[in-house]
Design a protein around this ligand. Structure first.
Ligand code: FEO
Ligand code: CA
Ligand code: CA
Ligand code: CA
Length: 597
């Protein structure tokens, strides 16, 4: 309480000015320092980053491209668990035009990159996946521990196990894997989650980009692939690796689009694709223990008019981490229906129930999971405006759904949970599980905020009147709830031409009189989006991932094309000949204490 009896502001920090330029900026009183960049060493023996002489061998030992999800695991037994731990980082995708000299501007709209060759494709494949790094804060400054025994690179070539109900299905079998139980690599790993038993959940999102070729209309997987936009022919991989050509290996694409579970504390462990959690364009997988002890993982399927899911384990989470090793293999996947009366229902995706029968093309639970979207269509789930992160707030029991935008929704397609046609700026839905139980079937919901510029009436934004002209944002994407139960929203899609501001982080009040008030905290350099915000357990460090710095402003017809030679910024090195480098940044409060206070 403040002295006059008014509630103390939840976010007392001094607000950052919105805007765009070539650098990153954080609210006054904070430091924001680059921790690790694309090309920095991860594994022992990794060569120094040399953008003019790249190789797949070097890249497989170096930090990958386009860092997205970031998760922090305190080192067991550490003197200060908030100053020593493992950082796990997703490497979602690659920007060839910014990575490779001489490639020039590329047309990614359905045309595989023309200038690509096998050497460049192999570098790209090694730049995908994830990294595990050991990090330590010494004298207030974070650094990567060199030659750590935990250090690991996971790429598009790393052997993985397929587990759960779809493992071994005929539709998962390929020439290289006649058993349908092992696969090389994970791709387009967007957001994710960390589990209480110490594992990293990393989510395959836009897997359609990597596959090429044209499937005949009557091919067995034609309907399945069409629903996922497969193949999208956006990358050249299929020209050099036949498994990514759907005409050569028609089932390979069924082995992508899953949630992958990885034990970061065992660098020899085999990553596992957990098929029980469904196959779609997974944004993230943020979990929480439900009242009865079962684990609930919320998941968004990031596509216009796609769905929000949750997976509920069959077993309760055990105290012994080892006992939870395969807990994500058994459980029930549900999809959300949001009704106009503010109520909602989780619809179970269980073979043999309702329309999920052989007559409708589902011969087994494997079929339901491989074609999760088609199963959810039949159940009548609510078509949402691109569901991105879905995170529960352990302090309040509420769950926040980031709906980033949907310009394809027509006014007459608006519904209560997606109330705007031509929804350019997105919104956030908040729901409360019945009985405070995340495993419950029913929930109540409302809209926390409709995003966009509140000073333009036609936009229909609903930020509180206490929100300043720097405080509003559009296109919510990732989010994080800190240890105090405060919501932090990261965005993807703000730009000089769209909103007059760069992407970044905004602190969002969700409770009490300040509900709906947003405050600008951090912003990214030109062309970048803000991913993976993640706090250490005591909120003293806030890790953020700066993805694809230097991209051109797509919405601006006058913007010059961005290339290796002429990027929109050379952040963070600012050296001639060195391209922009996606990087993880550690934000701390000057003089110590919780970030954002
Ligand atoms: Fe990879 Fe939905 O953002
Ligand atoms: Ca995202
Ligand atoms: Ca995004
Ligand atoms: Ca992205």
């Amino acid at each position: 309480q403040a002295a006059d009896g008014a509630p103390a502001p939840l976010f007392p920090f001094t607000e950052l000015k919105a805007g765009t330029d070539e650098r990153h900026h954080v609210a006054p009183g904070h430091d924001a320092e680059v921790l690790i960049r694309w090309g920095d060493p991860v594994l022992p023996g990794a060569p120094a980053f040399d953008p003019q002489n790249q190789s797949a061998e070097a890249q497989a030992k170096q930090f990958g491209y386009n860092n997205d999800f970031v998760g922090y695991f305190p080192m067991p037994g550490a003197a200060d668990p908030a100053a020593h731990g493992l950082l796990v980082v997703n490497h979602e995708y690659t920007n060839e035009e910014l990575m490779f000299p001489g490639l020039g501007r590329q047309d990614t709209k359905g045309v595989a990159f023309k200038g690509m060759n096998q050497a460049l494709v192999d570098i790209e494949m090694a730049a995908h996946g994830g990294s595990v790094i050991e990090v330590r804060r010494v004298d207030g400054k974070w650094a990567v521990v060199p030659d750590s025994p935990y250090a690991r690179r996971i790429t598009a070539m790393t052997p993985m196990t397929i587990s759960g109900p779809a493992a071994g299905s005929e539709r998962m079998r390929t020439q290289a894997d006649p058993a349908g139980r092992t696969v090389l690599g994970m791709i387009n790993n967007c957001a994710g989650g960390t589990t209480p038993w110490g594992t990293w959940l990393t989510c395959e999102e836009n897997i359609n980009y990597y596959f090429s070729g044209k499937l005949p209309e009557d091919a067995p997987e034609a309907k399945n692939y069409k629903r996922l936009g497969l193949p999208a022919n956006a990358y050249a991989w299929g020209r050099f690796h036949e498994r990514f050509d759907v005409t050569k290996e028609p089932n390979e694409a069924n082995r992508f689009g899953w949630v992958v579970e990885i034990d970061p504390f065992d660098p020899t462990s085999t990553p596992v694709k957990r098929t029980a959690m469904g196959r779609f364009k997974h944004e993230g997988a943020a979990g929480i223990v439900a009242k009865g002890g079962r684990y609930v993982v919320y998941q968004g399927d990031d596509q216009r008019f796609d769905y929000v899911y949750k997976f509920v384990t069959e077993a309760a989470v055990a105290a012994d981490p080892k006992a939870n090793r395969d807990i994500l293999d058994r459980g029930t996947l549900h999809v959300a229906r949001f009704d106009a009366d503010g109520r909602g229902t989780w619809l179970p995706l269980v073979h043999g129930t309702g329309p999920l029968t052989p007559e409708n093309g589902f011969a087994s639970q494997a079929d339901v999971l491989i074609e999760t979207r088609l199963a959810a269509d039949l159940l009548g789930a609510t078509k949402m405006d691109r569901p991105e992160d879905v995170e529960a707030n352990p302090k309040t029991g509420k769950v926040y759904v980031m709906l980033t935008n949907n310009v394809s929704r027509k006014a007459d397609q608006a519904d209560a949970a997606n109330p705007r046609g031509d929804n350019r700026f997105g919104h956030i839905v908040e729901f409360t599980p019945d009985g405070g139980d995340h495993a419950a079937r029913g929930f109540g919901w409302e809209i926390l905020v409709r995003c966009g510029d509140p000073s333009i009436a036609a936009v229909g934004a609903t930020f509180s009147s206490a929100t300043t002209r720097d405080g509003w944002f559009g296109m919510p994407d990732n989010c994080s709830v800190d240890a105090q139960g405060r919501l932090w929203v990261a965005t993807d899609g703000n730009s000089a031409s769209k909103t007059g501001r760069a992407d970044g982080v905004w602190a969002m009040e969700t409770e009490g009189a300040g509900r709906g008030t947003s405050k600008h905290f951090f912003r990214v350099p030109n062309g970048a989006e803000l991913c993976g915000p993640y706090f250490t357990p005591d909120d003293t460090t806030f890790f953020v991932a700066i993805q694809h710095p230097g991209e051109a402003d797509e919405e601006d017809p006058n913007a010059a094309p961005a290339t290796f030679e002429a990027p929109a910024t050379r952040w963070p090195d600012f050296r001639d000949g060195v391209p922009p480098r996606p990087a993880v940044v550690a934000i701390t409060k000057q003089g110590g204490g919780r970030v954002g206070t």
